[in-house]
Design a protein. Structure first.
Length: 346
């Protein structure tokens, strides 16, 4: 069963050879790489063509419309594999990555999404082979990325990724594999919506795919100052919030159940503005007495204790502090709210 690897490439010349080497060295050999040069201004195209001359499984295309989504569309259109995965041109695959993900899918059939653990590394991290990289300390990787890595891997090992989908993207964009028919059922890459990885994650969730998680580190994620997720506006926090709320309203909001927003910080205020602009009724609570009674965006901030008096509420939590989240979870347990009654948005 052939695997099609979809890979947009933009100015990845400094990292591309190592990336391609990690693909060529996979223990699984039945694959094709659809690499799309997205108007690179460096030597990425030449590197791709050199590899393609040596390995017929590597196919190189020129993007016709600038952007990651058009590149993914073009790659997918020209792919022929029954299994589909994605790769980033500046990252590295563990040698067993394709074989492990393929095995999970073929053992369980359609309707599943295979993923595995990931590890960040930095340009300053030295390694001579992937086994050395796997055991490398994260001395030069930012704390935020390390927390994200730990959280993501815990969800993957538990095969419970979708349980926290409103917090962050719960499927690492370059470390998943699905059957072609399932990806088509979820709309493939037709939606022009960024962040494209998070939007696809929501569509996989919406269509009921079941997570199959590997405990192995299957993907090495390169962290550096100019990577797209750090520099492009489409990957800003605002765009993530612009995805979360519409999906929540479409997939989770139930009839006449009262909607509650908990949190009066920057993200809470953004959500309040979004709800107000759509004419959606909600109650706004927080645990800061200094803010109780303040009117904002057509709503009045109230004492969080009012939550216990509501009949079957649904709660959006917009509190980023880990300690604050722990206190809120403790309170939810105290008043017998179930995990399906509340959704952490940060």
């Amino acid at each position: 069963m052939k695997i099609s690897i979809l890979m947009p490439v933009f100015n990845a010349g400094n990292y591309l050879q190592a990336c391609l080497d990690s693909i060529v060295e996979q223990t699984e050999t039945d694959w094709e790489l659809l690499a799309v040069n997205d108007f690179s201004e460096d030597d990425s195209e030449e590197i791709l063509k050199d590899f393609a001359k040596k390995d017929s499984r590597i196919k190189v295309f020129q993007n016709v419309e600038k952007g990651i989504i058009p590149a993914l569309r073009l790659a997918f259109k020209n792919s022929s594999g029954e299994l589909i995965t994605r790769m980033d041109a500046d990252d590295l695959m563990a040698k067993e990555k394709l074989a492990t993900l393929k095995s999970l899918l073929t053992e369980n059939g359609t309707g599943h999404l295979a993923t595995g653990c990931v590890k960040y590394f930095n340009d300053l991290d030295f390694y001579s082979d992937l086994s050395q990289l796997e055991n490398l300390p994260h001395s030069t990787v930012g704390d935020g990325y390390l927390k994200y890595e730990k959280w993501l891997n815990q969800l993957t090992v538990q095969e419970n990724n979708f349980s926290e989908i409103y917090k962050e993207c719960v499927i690492p964009s370059p470390c998943w594999m699905v059957f072609r028919e399932d990806l088509n059922r979820c709309g493939g890459f037709e939606k022009p919506t960024y962040p494209e990885d998070y939007d696809l994650c929501f569509r996989l969730y919406k269509n009921g795919l079941t997570i199959l998680g590997s405990e192995q580190i299957l993907h090495f994620w390169r962290d550096y100052a100019t990577r797209s997720s750090r520099t492009m506006e489409v990957y800003s926090n605002n765009n993530y919030f612009n995805l979360k709320l519409p999906y929540f309203l479409a997939l989770e909001k139930k009839g006449t159940r009262p909607l509650v927003l908990w949190g009066a910080g920057k993200k809470g205020k953004k959500l309040a503005r979004m709800l107000e602009s759509q004419g959606i009724s909600y109650q706004w609570l927080c645990n800061n007495p200094k803010k109780w009674g303040i009117d904002l965006f057509g709503s009045t901030l109230e004492n969080f204790e009012k939550l216990k008096d509501l009949n079957n509420p649904q709660v959006i939590v917009a509190v980023a502090s880990p300690d604050g989240q722990k206190e809120i979870l403790h309170y939810f347990k105290k008043i017998n709210l179930k995990p399906t009654d509340y959704y952490f948005f940060c």
